[in-house]
Each structure stands twice: as C-alpha cells, then as structure tokens.
Ligand binder design. Structure first.
Ligand code: G1P
Ligand code: ZN
Length: 539
C-alpha cells in the first residue's frame, strides 16, 4: 500500500566531497534517510520508469536504510532496482553496473573510510547516469529541496529478501538481486594480464591484503585467492561486518596497523595492500616500504604500456590540486594531457567522458581509470601486481627507479582535526585575503613565488570551483590548505606539504618536511587560532 508520510525538514543534509556523510546516530533519526532520498527523487524530476543501482559496504544501518530506499523507490514509481546480494556492493562495482545497464542513477550506502557501527558513521553516495557522483550544481539543489520537504512516499510492505539472487517484485517495481562479484571480476580480467599474475603467485610471490571486514573481503578472496592463486589466508579480515570488527577501514599507515606490522616485520611478504570500507581507496606496500598514493599514480601512469587494457594508449592524466606533482613530470615525458582538479572524484568525470584523461588520482589513497567513474581500490592493486609480474621487479625497486628517472616529491598531509567550524572558516578567509601579499616574502629557508586560491574552470561544462589555497615557493616546494568536506566532527584543516628533490632519495620524510610544516603553521597562524602546535594526523 502506498503511503504519503508528512515530514519536517532537517537543515544539515548537504553533501560533502563524496555524498552525504553523518554520524550513524544522526541518520537514525526519524525520517532522516527518507527526507534525503525523497529530496533527490524530487530534484531529478521523479524516478518514474527509471532504473537505479543500490547496495552498500555492509556497515551498521545498511540493512535498514536499504529496505527504506527500496520501498520509497517502488512508491515513487521506479521501474527497476538492481541490488547487490545481501545489500552489498562496492563503489567501483556500482559504477560499472550502472554503466553496463544504462541505469539512471545509483546509491552506495557507505561512509567510505570512516569507522562504522552504532557510534560510527553512515553515508549515502548518489551517482547519476554518468556512473559518477552527482555534480555540485545538482547536490546544491537537492540540499535546497531537503530544507523544504514536507512529505515522502513509501510502500507499506514487508521487507525484501536480498539473500536470493534473481528477480522479484515490490509493488509494481522489479528488483533484481545480483551477484556483485561477477561484473567486477570480468572487468578486471579484461584489463589485466591474469595469466601473468597467476604465474607470479605460482612462483611463490608472497602477498597480503587487508579488507578491514568491509566490502572488499569477498572481492579480494575471489580475485587474489580463488582465481589468481594466492594462498588461502592471504586476505586478512575478509568477512564484511556491521562494525568492521572494530577496525577503522582507512588504508593508511596508521589505521592499517595489522598489515603495516606484517609488512615491516623481518619476514615480510613481497607486497601488501589494503582497501577502504567501500573498496575505492588503496594502499600499496613493499617489504618495509610504503608507496605514497601520489607516487603510485605517477608510477602506474609511466607503466601503462605493460597492461593489456591500456597498451593501445592512454589519453591523459589528472590529479587533485592537493596531490603531489609527481605525475605531472610523467605526463610531460609521455607527452600526454595533464589536468589539476579540485579534491573529489566527481571532478575527474567530465575529463574522462570527454576522452581528455584515462588515469587519475588523489593523494588520499585514490587511484583509478576511465573503466568506471569512481576510484578503484582493487584495480590499483592488480595494476601493481601486473607490473611486478611482467618486470620481475619488487615494489621498492620499481619506485626507486621511478625516482631516479623523474626525481622525488617528498610529500605529506598534516590534518588538524576537530577545530571549531567558525574558527576554521575564519582562518581560511583571513589566509586567503593575505595570500596576495606574500609573494617575495621569505619564511625560514623558503621564499614565496606566488600564492592564491586554487580555482578550477571545468573545460567541459564551464563550471568554476574554488577549492583550497596554494602557496608556491621558489624552490618548487608547495603548501596547499583546505578544509575537509567529509568529516563529521567539527572542521578538519588539511595542510599538504611537498618538497622536490633530484639527488637524495633517502631523506627522512618527517625531518625533511618539518621546516615546511612549520612555515605552513606560521603563515596560517594555526597555533594562535586553534591552540594546536602540531597536527593530529600525518599521512
Ligand atoms: C577526502 C579526501 C578526498 C576524497 C574524499 C572522498 O575528502 O581528501 O581526496 O575524494 O575524501 O574519498 P576531504 O575530507 O578532504 O574533503
Ligand atoms: Zn571509499
């Protein structure tokens, strides 16, 4: 039975860098999910006759939210919903399934790399027919509608059984429950040389992957162990759980502690890797060796010819402004297009659709290509495995040879967490006002060449986006400042530091970047304004 339910608006349903992301407790409030989803449906002119893709990373509230969304879709006249079995789907698979089925949109229920559980975070990523997350112009309209919503439509029906593959009906809507592994596995088999990687594992190559008890567990078991022949047990924390078994599914040196301990032990395997909650981020490790995401993007790009799926050529490459400049040198050497965009994967999508780029990446452990319109964690891991299988070189050797050829960008991100929102906004506004006066000034060893806001003019849709503030120094060092758009706890100030070096590749990263970190604090008056004398998180 169709119900029209009166509701009162929430005023905080604004999407951030990647969808709506909130505390689970916030999303559990009455009608919270319903308001947001109805606002989307209303903004896009309804969903009558449309097809959507739906699934999540399995975190707490996934099961409840997915039932609500299915019943709302049916009540709003949707024609068909393609749903991952047990309500699961990774972000990369969702993008693929959306494109393959020419669907009109999709939802991934995830707060990505944020912790899950009752006291953790929950989120909803909304993708359009392009397979990528909706552009800011659309999310702004959705936000406006969410502040005025008065009612939503929902079907009064029993819960749908999502364990059973195949087609069933909910009201007049068709629900197709799909095996979420197959479309993804097939896509990877088309791109990479699985035979070469199989041989690598058969030859005793030792590999370990941490899935943090999130959605990539089943993918990693199937691809790395069952198909490619890595020994059973190579995938750690492989069973999706509502609270990720207490783990924080963020693939970086701090949160992937179990993996990092293994990779820095004396008997370390040859390669280690991890993905985040919804499978779009990746971290790559060699024996006692960490590859920064910025370097990884540069290295993958430089080696594209080794991968069957790209051997006929790539269009170009893009990175977010905050990401290190390593890939810019590769693009120059290869003579391919090169773009710098604001932070957030959605900014890459127009460049991919218009065949300006094939690869792209962000410093925040995101790498991907135009095979989908999201970043792709397992894709990046397979890319590395493919390079290693073909060249016979180790992760460290590949990276060192890269530095020898192009120089090394020493690079680090400093996060100042939990700052009062008003204080953070004022800090950024005052800093922006002061930047034009900095050129020529010297701070410690660094002299400012130029400074200003990073403004991106999209060459495809003509939109203009301001994202972050950049200070360039005469020795090619850079500082980028921006406020996080994904946090759920006050404001997070991100400070990105980069120094370029052509000779000495064995400097201590922390020591080498500390003087620049100090300059960054000084220029933005971070200590005085926030009371923080050092960053809370270094990645
Ligand atoms: C963060 C990352 C950004 C990434 C986003 C979604 O956003 O910095 O690169 O696209 O998560 O995964 P931020 O919190 O910085 O806005
Ligand atoms: Zn993610």
């Amino acid at each position: 039975m169709l119900k029209i339910v009166p509701t009162t608006p929430y005023d905080d349903q604004k999407m951030g860098t990647a969808g709506l992301r909130k505390k689970s407790k916030t999303v559990e409030q009455p009608n919270y999910v319903e308001n947001f989803v109805q606002s989307i449906f209303d903004t896009i002119g309804g969903v009558e006759g449309k097809t959507f893709v739906l699934g999540g990373d399995g975190r707490y509230f996934n099961k409840i939210a997915i039932q609500k969304i299915m019943k709302m879709a049916a009540a709003n006249g949707m024609k068909k919903l393609i749903v991952g079995q047990d309500g699961l789907i990774s972000t990369p698979t969702s993008s693929r399934v959306l494109l393959d089925n020419k669907a009109d949109g999709g939802f991934v229920l995830t707060a990505s790399h944020n912790p899950g559980g009752k006291n953790g975070d929950f989120g909803i990523k909304y993708a359009t027919a392009t397979g990528g997350q909706c552009p800011t112009a659309v999310s702004d309209k959705i936000y406006e509608n969410s502040k005025n919503i008065r009612e939503y439509k929902i079907l009064d029906a029993p819960d749908v059984d999502l364990s059973r593959l195949g087609t069933q009906k909910l009201g007049n809507m068709e629900i197709e429950v799909i095996d979420y592994l197959t479309p993804y596995v097939e896509m990877m088999e088309e791109i990479f040389d699985f035979a070469a990687i199989k041989k690598l594992f058969a030859g005793g190559f030792r590999f370990v992957f941490d899935a943090f008890n999130a959605v990539t567990g089943p993918y990693a078991k199937k691809i790395f162990e069952d198909i490619l022949g890595a020994p059973q047990g190579s995938v750690l924390n492989a069973v999706p759980m509502e609270d990720f078994g207490g783990l924080h599914p963020d693939p970086n040196l701090i949160y992937a502690k179990q993996l990092v301990d293994i990779m820095y032990s004396d008997n370390a395997p040859d390669m280690g890797a991890a993905n985040d909650g919804d499978g779009d981020r990746n971290m790559i490790l060699g024996k006692k060796f960490f590859v920064t995401p910025s370097d990884s993007l540069a290295i993958l790009t430089d080696n594209y010819r080794l991968i069957p799926g790209y051997k006929n050529g790539i269009f170009g490459v893009a990175k977010s402004a905050a990401t290190s400049t390593a890939v810019s040198r590769v693009a120059k050497a290869l003579g391919i297009g090169y773009y710098e965009v604001p932070t957030g994967w959605k900014y890459f999508c127009n460049l991919m659709d218009s065949h300006r780029i094939t690869f792209c990446g962000e410093e925040s452990f995101g790498t991907g290509s135009s095979h989908i319109r999201e970043k792709d964690g397992i894709w990046a891991v397979l890319f590395w495995l493919n390079i290693i299988a073909v060249t016979g070189k180790s992760v460290e050797q590949i990276t060192r040879e890269h530095w020898a050829k192009y120089g090394r960008s020493y690079y680090m991100r400093n996060d100042y967490d939990g700052i009062d929102v008003a204080v953070a906004n004022k800090l950024m506004a005052d800093l922006e006002a002061k930047l034009p006066t900095l050129a020529g000034q010297t701070f410690g060893d660094f002299t400012v060449r130029s400074a200003g806001a990073f403004i991106y003019n999209d060459p495809v849709d003509g939109s203009s986006t301001k994202n972050g503030l950049v200070v360039y120094f005469t020795d090619n060092s850079r500082i980028v400042y921006r406020l996080s758009g994904t946090g759920t706890n006050g404001a997070t100030l991100r400070v990105y530091l980069e120094r370029f070096e052509t000779q000495d590749f064995d400097k201590n990263m922390l020591e080498f970047l500390e003087p620049l970190a100090e300059v960054a604090r000084q220029i933005a008056e971070i200590g005085m304004r926030t009371g923080k004398t050092k960053a809370d998180v270094l990645t």
